[in-house]
Design a protein around this ligand. Structure first.
Ligand code: SF4
Length: 286
């Protein structure tokens, strides 16, 4: 059994930079993480051990700590002002590429567009994007596309949307709204695209795929969905403990990739496990 690791996988600069800020915080109990920093239980467990309080994603309550850390997913300007008005010191780790998506949505709104956000309605990044918009639309699947009474529709995407999914949704929006000019600003982030492209290179060579990352991580799920859509047997695990040797019976070439919030250590553990499994099978068949 051969193991092929994607040339681009795992943690992106946005998450890495946010974690570096957290590393530098001397008194974690004084800083509430406003929503999940990343959708990765391994990372969150590390932060819990350091003592950072976390406000649940859905909460509207103002945290009780003097400082609040805005996660890489960002928040709306409305939420920022609410926290500042409550006297909170904000430590902002919003990814610059999420800020670009906010700027694009705001520009489209200023240009007179009704703004459509492609993404998951309940995702913290999407909530941050839409909270500053008037009458926004969120579309997660072609079934949610409708005819909207607008002359101008401005479309942006959650940064971790798969490009082909975005293209499909934009085409569906155009087909359902022939009266409207549809402007699409591609706000999908480069690290997400790079991980999908690296996976595309693996797909013709593999007969099974292991995707490592949080089950709630949008971009990790997109990687797994791409494997499934390509007809490759795919398993999505959060860590090495979830791997089952029997799942690899009869596989000749296994691909390995990971989402943008996955720790390098977690991927290395999975990779090492796969290499040991492959070596054992090679020995036993020799
Ligand atoms: S996935 Fe993209 S947008 Fe999100 S933190 Fe990473 S680089 Fe930034």
């Amino acid at each position: 059994m051969q193991i092929l690791r994607a040339v681009e996988s795992g943690m992106c600069f946005g998450v890495r930079d946010a974690l570096a800020v957290l590393d530098g915080i001397a008194e974690p109990v004084q800083v509430t993480l406003h929503g999940e920093l990343v959708h990765n239980p391994e990372v969150l467990a590390l932060l819990d051990r350091r003592g950072f309080p976390r406000s649940p994603e859905a909460t509207r309550a103002v945290p009780s700590t003097p400082a609040v850390l805005v996660t890489a997913h960002g928040i709306s300007e409305r939420e920022r002002q609410r926290l500042l008005a409550a006297g909170k010191q904000l430590i902002d780790t919003t990814c610059p590429l999420v800020k670009k998506a906010h700027a694009a949505a705001q520009q489209l709104a200023r240009d007179g567009c009704r703004v459509v956000v492609l993404g998951k309605r309940d995702h913290v990044e999407v909530r941050g994007l839409v909270e500053d918009l008037v009458d926004p639309i969120v579309v997660g699947s072609p079934a949610e596309v409708a005819a909207w009474p607008a002359r101008l529709l401005g479309v942006v995407a959650q940064t971790t949307t798969r490009a082909e999914v975005a293209a499909e949704l934009v085409a569906a929006i155009r087909a359902a709204n022939p009266q409207a000019e549809v402007r699409f600003v591609d706000t999908i982030c480069a690290p997400t695209k790079a991980r999908i492209e690296a996976l595309e290179q693996l797909l013709p060579q593999i007969d099974a795929l292991v995707v490592v990352g949080g089950h709630d991580s949008n971009n990790t799920r997109q990687l797994a969905a791409r494997g499934v859509a390509a007809g490759i047997d795919t398993v999505h695990v959060e860590n090495v403990r979830a791997l089952q040797p029997g799942w690899f019976d009869g596989r000749s070439c296994v691909g390995l990739t990971a989402g943008t919030s996955t720790l390098a250590r977690t991927i290395d553990e999975v990779h090492g496990w796969l290499l040991r499994l492959a070596a054992g099978r090679t020995r036993s068949s020799a």
